[in-house]
Every structure is written in C-alpha cells, then in structure tokens.
Design a protein around this ligand. Structure first.
Ligand code: MF3
Ligand code: CO
Length: 237
C-alpha cells in the first residue's frame, strides 16, 4: 500500500502541473491512464460499477464523481481530481481540488479549509480513538469556517479492495463507532460545500452536484494507522 499510495500521490503531482485553462478533462484522464500503466498499476475506478474513466474530474459545483470528457478548464474554475489504483493488488486512493489560474478569494478559502479539515481528520487517526472522532474533527473545523460538510458520501476503509469497512463520515459526534486499531488503513475524504450540504446526482448517473449551484471542494488521502501515529500513504509533497 505504500507503493500504490506513492504512485497515486505522484500522479496527482504530475496532474497538478497539467491543470491550466484550455485543457480538456479527458486529456488529464488519458495522462492518468498512461501513468498507471507505466508504473505497473491497475486503475481502481475504471469499470467500477461501470464507471467509464480512470479518474474523476469534478468542476466548480460538481462535488465528486464527475466524468472526464470534452469540457475544457477555464480561468477561475476549480477542479477536483480523484484518482485510485492497485499495485500488486493493494489500493491507493487520493484526491485534490486544484484552482485553474486565478480564483476568487472566497473560493481559495474553500480549498484551504477543505484541505486543512482533511489534516484535522488525519490527526485523529490514532490507536484508541474511534472512527467518529475523525468526522467530528472535520465537521467542527469546516463549520467553524462557515462551510458545510456533505453527508451523502463518506470515506472508507481501504486495502485489497478500494472500499472496505468501516465507513468514515466527515461529520458526527465524537467517540462513536468502531475503534481505530493498529494496521487499519482508511481513506479520509471530506467534501465541503460553500452554500448548503445538499447534493444531487445528475442524469449521467455519476456526477454529484450541489443543489444550490455553489462551489464544492474535495481532498482525500489514504492513511495507515501505525503504533507511532498516522502514516499518510498518498501525500508525496
Ligand atoms: N475515490 C472515490 C472514492 O473514494 C471513488 C470514485 S468512484 C468511481 O470512493 F466509481 F469512480 F470509482
Ligand atoms: Co475514496
């Protein structure tokens, strides 16, 4: 999982350098597919419940699971890139939301708060805590900054499958649910909205958007719980 995590993290670094106005999301998808092939990885999303691409690209009011296509990134957009792969049967899963050129100040803040809420969650990935301590920390940080945590989609355990137990919500009361134990691997993935937490799925059956059309951000890392604390498997820089 260290290896798959590192490759997935490196893919996001490479992708970040390719995000600019005029780029179509399908070009980024193609890059990711080739990158995984070159690194002996199997894309985790492609074919998952029929999902048609290697990555998810979610622009502006799209929360998660946007399908790459001909849509071209424009100055002022934000784009969430979610990416996962197996290396020798072990899965890494990570996401970042990038700004395209210069974005509004309040949207910059959305990106910063969402990333920092992920870090607050990671801080809770310690033996003896419970899974809901993660969501509680994420929710408190997000709401104290005036934003909203999506309820309808959650993080997850991860290992030889991309989605394993337990579910890892980004909200909730502290000290509830399964205990966090040594050797567990969890994918934490806060989805944070500017306006309302409410979301809906578009006609394509995949793309999740905010109900109010305001912007949304998503950051994800795969975390291993070790005796000496959390190890972030997908953060390479
Ligand atoms: N990274 C997403 C997750 O954490 C998976 C994307 S859904 C897929 O659950 F269908 F595209 F695979
Ligand atoms: Co995930």
């Amino acid at each position: 999982m260290r290896i798959s995590g590192k490759i997935v993290g490196q893919a996001l670094v490479e992708i970040r350098a390719r995000i600019k106005p005029g780029v179509a999301t399908q070009e980024i998808d193609k890059f990711a597919y080739e990158f995984f092939k070159k690194n002996d990885c199997v894309p985790a999303f492609l074919g998952y419940h029929g999902y048609p691409a290697t990555i998810c690209t979610s622009i502006n009011d799209e929360v998660v699971h946007g399908i790459p296509g001909k849509r071209v990134l424009e100055e002022g957009d934000i784009v969430g890139v979610d990416i996962g792969a197996y290396y020798k049967g072990y899965c890494g899963d990570s996401a970042r939301t990038f700004s395209v050129g210069k974005v509004d100040k309040n949207i910059e803040k959305l990106l910063e708060v969402t990333f920092e809420s992920l870090n607050k969650g990671i801080d809770q990935c310690r033996i003896g805590n419970r899974v809901s301590d993660i969501g509680n920390a994420v929710q408190k940080y997000v709401e104290s900054n005036g934003f909203y945590v999506v309820r309808d989609y959650v993080g997850h355990g991860i290992g030889q499958a991309m989605h394993e137990d337990p579910q890892v919500p980004n909200y909730g009361r502290p000290h509830q649910g399964p205990r966090i134990v040594e050797g567990m691997c969890l994918a934490l993935e806060p989805m944070v909205n500017m306006g309302t937490e409410e979301v809906k799925v578009l006609q394509d059956g995949w793309t999740v958007v905010t109900k109010d059309g305001k912007f949304s951000a998503h950051f994800e890392d795969t975390i291993a719980i070790l005796a000496n604390g959390p190890e972030n498997l997908t953060r390479v820089n």
